[in-house]
Write a protein that binds this ligand. Structure first.
Ligand code: NAD
Ligand code: MG
Length: 403
């Protein structure tokens, strides 16, 4: 058997490391690790490269590049690329399967380069589809790439989505844990600290997606992601809060059947499903003991306390540049919240305000017809969000949530 050539973009992150964990458990000779990339964690990148005998590593941050060279000085067989273009070059190195697990719109260029190989692309980096869903899906079809959803909800839907029965599909449902603030009042959420928001009840993930889960912006981004992956209008994409995170996604058929995928909340299940697709492989995850779990609860999301879901539905309806603006504003707002510069409820307020500002902004591109437009919209929306937050900070009385 010839080994399968695999690359991992975002190899030092939560999804990247979970992917490498599965690869490391396989029989020797099953996988050939082509390229691993990261932003700045040189030590972890070097450790993973040595452990998995990667042929190539690339790191985006030039400073970290120096540390990476040092860390790999005893391994001349591993080639090294430094800087953002080097990450894109690594993504373009021939591989049969690539995990796209960079966080945020920073993943756009490398993920696109991987997709253009026309092979299998395991998709975790949802922000790419939020910013440029139409362009990505068109490019995937043009290049003959196979998109394998990794986000647990989308992977669940993918597993029970019968493409041959498309016309009989009534809706799909993404579940949401509800995050740490599911039962908090709005008053209490106003005072939520960074540590409160980072304490996710069921999933262990990177910081950005953990904050997105607390605001439920993650679910908003996932509705947009699902519309593109499954070619469905937003009316057919439902969200239900399910605090146990056992049922991940469902497909409802015309005959009344609701098909669901269940599993322990461990990303190694959806990653294994994408890695072995169309087959199945063993994953070291806790087996579900339903009698011990005893009950599964479901409730509707509260759109008053979690306006991010409403905002996401609004930007899908508006189309064009709006989803990319929402994503960029959210990335800046989350970064600012993590740096203790704004409060928790300011995140969604900032996104809403940047969306409103962008409509009348002379420097904002108006159309989105090529990837260059996406980069320009992303850059401009980030600037609007930064300016807005800087204004707020210089005038704390005007903070949205205190009014
Ligand atoms: P993380 O923060 O743990 O890791 C992010 C990875 O991206 C790191 O390897 C980092 O070095 C790399 N990266 C960040 N900025 C970069 C840049 N500018 N250039 C190159 N590389 C860069 O994030 P994560 O939790 O693993 O999430 C990754 C993606 O997967 C996100 O889009 C997230 O929404 C999605 N996702 C994650 C989970 C999860 O359980 N963590 C579940 C579903 C979806
Ligand atoms: Mg998810």
């Amino acid at each position: 058997m010839t080994p399968r050539r695999v690359s991992i973009l975002g190899a030092t992150g939560s999804v990247g490391l979970a992917t490498l964990d599965l690869i490391g458990r396989a029989e020797p000779g099953t996988y050939d690790v082509v390229a691993l990339t990261a932003r700045s964690n040189a030590e972890e990148l070097a450790r993973q490269a040595v452990r998995h005998k990667a042929a190539h590593v690339a790191i985006a941050d030039p400073q970290a590049g120096i540390a990476l060279k040092q860390a790999l000085s005893d391994h001349p067989e591993i080639t090294i690329g430094i800087g953002e273009p080097a990450v894109v070059e690594a993504a373009a190195m021939p591989a049969d399967w690539t995990m796209a697990a960079i966080v945020g719109a920073a993943g756009l260029r490398p993920t696109l380069a991987a997709l253009q190989q026309g092979r299998a692309l395991a998709f975790a980096n949802k922000e790419c589809l939020v910013c440029a869903g139409s362009l990505f899906m068109t490019e995937a079809a043009r290049c003959g790439a196979t998109l394998l959803p990794v986000d647990s909800e989308h992977n669940a839907v993918f597993q029970v989505f019968d493409g041959a029965q498309r016309s009989a599909i009534r809706s799909i449902t993404l579940t949401a844990s509800g995050g740490p603030f599911r039962t908090w009042s709005r008053e209490r959420m106003m005072q939520a600290s960074r540590a409160d928001a980072l304490a996710h009840p069921t999933w262990d993930m990177g910081a950005k997606i953990t904050i997105d889960s607390a605001s439920m912006m993650n679910k908003g981004l996932e509705i947009i992601e699902a519309c593109w992956l499954f070619d469905l209008p937003p009316e057919q994409v439902d969200v239900v809060v399910h605090p146990q995170s056992i049922v991940h996604g469902m497909v409802e058929y015309a005959d009344g059947s609701l098909l669901a995928q269940l599993g322990s909340p461990d990303m190694r299940t959806p990653i294994a499903s994408a890695l072995a697709w169309p087959e199945r492989m063993a994953a070291p995850v806790e087996r579900l003991r339903l009698a011990e779990i005893a009950r599964l609860d479901f409730e509707a999301p509260d759109l008053e306390r979690f306006p991010a879901i409403r905002l996401a539905r609004e930007v899908i309806k508006a189309g064009g540049i709006a989803p990319a603006v929402l994503n960029a504003a959210n990335e800046i707002a989350v970064e600012s919240f993590l740096a203790d510069r704004i409060r928790f409820l300011d995140i969604a307020a900032c996104v809403e305000e940047v969306l409103a500002l962008s409509a009348g902004d002379a420097d904002m591109p108006r159309s989105l017809s090529a990837f260059d437009d996406v980069y320009a919209i992303d850059a401009r929306a980030r600037q609007l969000a930064r300016d807005l937050i800087a204004d707020r900070i210089s005038d704390p009385q005007s903070r949205t949530t205190s009014s």
